[in-house]
Design a protein around this ligand. Structure first.
Ligand code: FUB
Length: 340
């Protein structure tokens, strides 16, 4: 019996995954890390996961987050500082529930925090809050951004100073319910496989960074033949968590494929696309979701992402970072986040 117990302990140890990177902090759960470099320092704008006691379902009700903490570090590998509560749902006038993945931007002396939140009608909208400090505290505008909907805002500021807000996520993120200008809660989460997949959205931001300067546009993601990706192409089509960065004059749009668990990317010639699918950037992590950002710091590029190493639970995640490497022609090298 003793030999059997030793065998099964050894087997359990052998079955445990080996992770590529360590959690950046372990005293709170964090996810969806949007990283930016402001004044030479790395700031991370993550979700703050909590055990809210809400049963798990396909709508993501168990992701019942209530505030944001901002993290910062001087450099990757350096000490990570948790700056405490930067924005609490109780201080957002239009709040219903669920503070999901945020992002941030800086313009003309002000820091802008963009956040998805369900309004009092249980419809996801995107709000904005401002601060004079990258770590807050942030003051939320009294209403969401007019015309905004769904989740996962990501701001990209181009070299000409124009800023764009990318957003959207299907299933619990409600993007599929906006096939027309009117919200329709009866639309099924999964589209018929042969339809063109619902795409993420983009709008240029006004100078005030609080409103859209133009009607919201669909971001088109094409295959190698110039055809739009189809809904049934679940290994490649957009699910949620879009991120835009520029490298060598090209625009890289990366995102999560959701239930197939990949981070993938597509490349285009303008911030609006169209973007042509290129391949997988990161293989599946431990946990159902992964959500990432890509940022350059001191001449190296990094991918911030999350998994569930600390908790083993889908809704209690921890943020991580790893270096992004590219081939000479600008392709991203595949990241393997764990060995099993
Ligand atoms: O954190 C809640 C949701 O999970 C995010 O908005 C998605 O991107 C996924 O990471």
């Amino acid at each position: 019996a003793q030999a059997n117990a030793a065998d099964s302990t050894a087997q359990a140890a052998a079955d445990r995954p080996t992770f590529l990177s360590k959690p950046l902090i372990s005293d709170i759960y964090t996810a969806d890390p949007s990283a930016h470099v402001f004044n030479g320092r790395i700031y991370i704008y993550p979700s703050h996961d909590i055990e809210a006691g809400v049963a798990e379902n396909d709508n993501g009700d168990h992701f019942a987050m209530r505030d944001y903490h901002i993290l910062s570090m001087d450099s990757v590998g350096g000490k990570v500082t948790d700056h405490g509560v930067a924005l609490d749902v109780k201080n957002i006038p239009w709040a219903g529930r669920q503070l999901w993945a945020p992002d941030a931007a800086f313009k003309n002396g002000t820091y802008y925090l963009y956040f998805p939140l369900k309004d009092k009608q249980d419809v996801f909208r995107i709000g904005v809050a401002t601060s004079t400090s990258p770590t807050g505290p942030f003051n939320a505008d009294s209403k969401p951004i007019p015309g905004s909907f769904s989740i996962d805002p990501a701001v990209f500021t181009d070299t000409d100073g124009q800023s764009y807000l990318y957003f959207g996520g299907i299933w619990g993120g409600q993007l599929q319910r906006w096939r027309t200008a009117a919200y329709d809660s009866t639309v099924a989460p999964n589209q018929p496989a042969a339809e063109v997949a619902v795409g993420p959205k983009v709008a240029r931001l006004s100078k005030d960074m609080r409103t859209f300067a133009e009607p919201v546009k669909e971001v088109r993601i094409l295959d190698e033949n110039g055809k739009p990706l189809l809904a049934g192409d679940t290994n490649r089509r957009f699910f949620e968590g879009g991120w835009l960065h520029k490298y060598n004059g090209k625009y890289y749009f990366s995102y999560s494929t959701g239930e197939t668990h990949y981070l993938v990317y597509a490349v285009g010639d303008t911030p609006y696309g169209p973007f042509t699918y290129q391949g997988v950037l990161m293989n599946p992590v431990q946990g159902w979701t992964t959500h990432h950002s890509i940022v350059e710091h001191r001449g190296k590029w990094y991918v911030f992402y999350h998994d569930t190493e600390l908790s083993g639970k889908t809704h209690l995640r921890n943020v991580k970072v790893t270096e992004l490497k590219r081939t000479a022609d600008g392709r991203m090298e595949l990241i393997e986040p764990m060995t099993k």
